[in-house]
Design a protein around this ligand. Structure first.
Ligand code: TXD
Length: 308
């Protein structure tokens, strides 16, 4: 019996996710959106391509929440993409209303699902989903750190001319300009990157990582990054679906860890069949902790603007 995966939002990221989930045979896919015909058309097109992808998985599009009934995994991209000049936080008001409707729809139709939230502003949207759905913290996680860490890894690999596969990295904190790429924990095949790249170049890579989302938005002009975010969510989804116990930087609900109480913040966690199975608390220098705390403060301020 294949897992049932519901994608709430059939836009840029939702479309890539639907294709990847189905063609990798990770489960049967239901693509939900509010634009009549769009999810149905996208799903039908991908389903007709399945023979060429040598993939047996069902794909269907819908505008009816009843069709996500019993989903094992739900991934939420509902909302609007950023336009040039817009910050992630600018999306807050619009997306609050959307997330409330999504949380009610998922709660009513897939009450036992594991949920990965992607919609921006991420730290506020994943918090909103958890508060409205009432789902336990292990079953609601935000996708940001895996993407931000991938960007950091790519920039380090390009700088050194090495395989991206050999670069590991952790980007913690909120998903915004205050995110904290921890250079001290970045290695190339176990070799600390601080011994391979000069500090000024590392600083430049940190800054590019923090601005990477905006860099793509500025180039695309009509939307934001969507392939790398989809692949980042897929990494998290596979960890849950296959019980891989991956250690990944995810937006997790903290209840005392890192001195944070009752907010979603990007931290390393163990992701498996139980969702967020454990939050890992890493040592930080005073400087790193100062940056992390500033990022947490930004999350607190953002969430403080939410009236549920
Ligand atoms: O790292 C991250 N978390 C970020 C997240 C990385 C990149 C993009 N980030 C955010 O994801 C972005 O700022 C958006 O908030 C979401 C989705 O980005 P995407 O590029 O997929 O946006 P699209 O293409 O506009 O798709 C959003 C879809 C669109 O088809 C709408 O019709 C639909 O969401 N939508 C809804 N679906 C369900 N329910 C409701 N109410 C709804 N409203 C809009």
């Amino acid at each position: 019996m294949r897992k049932k995966i519901a994608l709430i939002g059939g836009g840029n990221i939702g479309g890539v996710l639907a294709e990847q989930f189905a063609y990798r045979e990770l489960g049967d896919v239901v693509l939900f959106d509010v634009i009549d015909g769009m999810p149905q058309g996208k799903a039908l097109d991908m389903a007709e391509g399945a023979p060429l992808a040598h993939a047996d998985a069902s794909l269907r599009g819908t505008c009816d929440y009843a069709d996500i009934s019993g989903a094992d995994l739900v991934i939420i991209t509902a909302g609007l993409a950023r336009k040039p000049g817009m910050s992630r936080d600018d999306l807050l008001k619009t997306h609050l209303g959307i997330m409330k409707s999504v949380a009610e729809g998922v709660k009513a139709n897939a009450p036992d699902a594991y949920v990965i939230v992607i919609s921006n502003p991420l730290d506020a949207m994943v918090y909103t989903f958890k508060e409205i759905s009432g789902f336990p913290k292990n079953r609601v996680v935000g996708m940001a750190g895996v993407l931000d860490s991938a960007r950091f890894r790519a920039f380090v690999a390009w700088e050194l001319g090495v395989s991206v596969e050999d670069v590991t990295a952790l980007v913690l904190g909120g998903h915004g300009d205050t995110m904290v790429p921890l250079t001290r924990y970045c290695t190339v095949a176990g070799i600390p990157v601080t011994t391979l790249i000069a500090q000024d170049r590392l600083d430049a890579i940190v800054e590019r990582t923090k601005g990477a989302g905006g860099e793509v938005v500025g180039l695309l002009k009509t939307g934001s990054a969507f392939v790398s975010p989809a692949l980042a969510a897929l990494e998290m989804a596979e960890a849950i679906l296959k019980d891989k116990k991956r250690v990944l930087a995810c937006a997790c609900y903290l209840e005392g860890e890192y001195g944070v109480q009752g907010y979603y913040v990007g931290v390393p966690c163990i992701l498996g069949a139980g969702g967020v199975e454990r939050v890992l608390e890493v040592e930080m220098t005073a400087d790193e902790r100062k940056l992390f705390d500033a990022s947490v403060e930004h999350v607190r301020t953002l969430v403080g603007q939410i009236q549920l």
